[in-house]
Ligand binder design. Structure first.
Ligand SMILES: *Cc1c(COP(=O)(O)O)cnc(C)c1O
Length: 407
């Protein structure tokens, strides 16, 4: 087991580490617990130490121990996380960043030049739209948003010669639209573009975009991968066979420096070990909540791919192994009801973010998606988003029904 998972220290610019022998055949939970996690050889400590260090002593000028020189370029704790992430997504290599947006920024920086064009799903995370429009726009990058369920519209948007990226989110945020990842990856490749998937909502426990044809996977590890609302982090995972992209993302991580800190990397590693179990419970609880809310007279609509009434239900059942913990609810009483509901739950706490063990409620049009207010992409004002945690399902349902009663 140990040899199988032994990760050679692998920071940029070292190349060719890929010790994936065996990883692909082991089950997901085995990879989550063991990939990159060999015990400490000096003491036998089963949990490798957290390397809280900025620099590494050299045995002579340029004579480095296992290639380690300076913490921005490489740190053993970050490397352990990167090995674990690559194994989970079936990638050739993964890179860990200080936030999800820092990870996205590295992908954009590594692949775009002034004049280039990006196609983004209309219902994507608001911060991704803001990053491309407000930061990259100033450097001459152009953005088209498109309904990812409309293949003709996607093909048309991709037909610009300078299109480099098709940026996909499925399930999307906050309306949980499901996109056909294999079809979209094919359309991107036909247009000479890379298919990038933000896999934050599903997590690799429920969806494997690289196996479905994606070239790059990005994550906000702040969410399900960390899983305990105690860190900010991001990741980029590169599909096999894209060595040049690995090199350029690695260079961005080293030269720009938005790396994850060792302690955050450690917390992420620890969270990932229970990812499969947590996702199973998040999915079960969300299904229970969605079914309870769907029948309620004060609810206009529930957006959850696990419901047979969801337009993406069949597709989600095909390309995911569970429907996840996120759902949105449109309230019959409009904006006022949505606001009051968001402020009156007891267990669901009003906060940004998602993916932790505790349940959260958010009001997207003013919170997570405030940057889209007043645009055609604005989230309807009667929509509330729930991140369903892994508390006792009956308590969660009772909390939500009580809040509906108070409307
Ligand atoms: C939170 C989130 C991000 C941004 O990640 P940060 O860690 O907050 O920088 C990107 N995509 C999705 C889908 C998210 O939920």
């Amino acid at each position: 087991m140990r040899q199988v998972y032994e990760a050679r220290h692998s920071h940029w610019p070292a190349v060719g580490w890929l010790p994936r022998l065996g990883l692909v055949t082991d089950g997901f939970a085995t990879r989550a617990i063991h990939a990159g996690q060999q015990f400490d050889p000096t003491t036998g400590a089963i949990i490798p130490p957290v390397y809280l260090t900025s620099t590494f002593v050299q045995d002579g000028i340029g004579n480095l121990r296992n290639g380690y020189e300076y913490g921005r370029g490489g740190n053993p704790t970050r490397d352990a996380l990167q090995t674990q992430l690559a194994a989970l997504e079936g990638g050739a290599r993964a890179f860990s960043f200080a936030s999800g947006l820092a990870a996205e920024d590295a992908v954009l920086r590594a692949t775009l030049r002034p004049g280039d064009h990006v196609v983004l799903g209309a219902d994507a995370y608001g911060g991704t739209n803001r990053l491309i429009t407000s930061v990259y726009g100033a450097w001459g990058v152009r953005l088209t948003t498109v309904e990812l369920g409309d293949a003709d519209a996607v093909r048309a948007a991709l037909s610009t010669e300078s299109t480099r990226l098709l940026w996909i989110e499925s399930p999307s945020n906050p309306l949980m639209k499901i996109s056909d990842i294999p079809q979209l990856a094919r359309l991107a490749h036909e247009a000479g573009a890379l298919a990038v998937i933000d896999n934050t909502f599903a997590s690799p426990a429920l969806q494997q975009p690289i196996a479905l044809g994606a070239d790059v996977v990005v994550h906000s590890t702040t969410k399900y991968l960390g899983g305990h609302s105690d860190l900010i982090g991001g990741a980029v995972v590169i599909a096999p066979g894209r060595g040049e992209l690995e090199q350029s993302i690695g260079f961005q991580q080293f030269a720009v420096g938005a790396v994850s800190a060792p302690f955050d990397a450690f917390l992420t590693i620890r969270g990932i070990k229970t990812l499969e179990l947590r996702m199973r419970q998040h999915s079960a609880n969300a299904q229970t909540v969605a079914e309870a809310l769907e029948e309620h007279p004060k609810v206009e609509r529930v957006y959850y791919p696990g419901l047979a009434s969801h337009p993406g239900h069949e597709l989600a059942a095909r390309q995911m192994s569970g429907f996840g913990g996120m759902l949105s609810v449109a309230l019959a009483g409009g904006e006022a009801s949505a606001r009051r509901f968001s402020e009156s739950t007891r267990i669901f706490q009003l906060a940004e973010s998602l993916g932790g063990v505790e349940s959260l409620v958010g009001y997207p049009s003013v919170m997570s998606h405030a940057s889209l207010r007043g645009t055609p992409l604005a989230v309807p004002e009667n929509v509330v988003r729930l991140s369903v945690g892994i508390e006792s399902a009956e308590d969660l349902v009772a909390d939500l029904l009580a809040a509906l009663e108070r409307l």
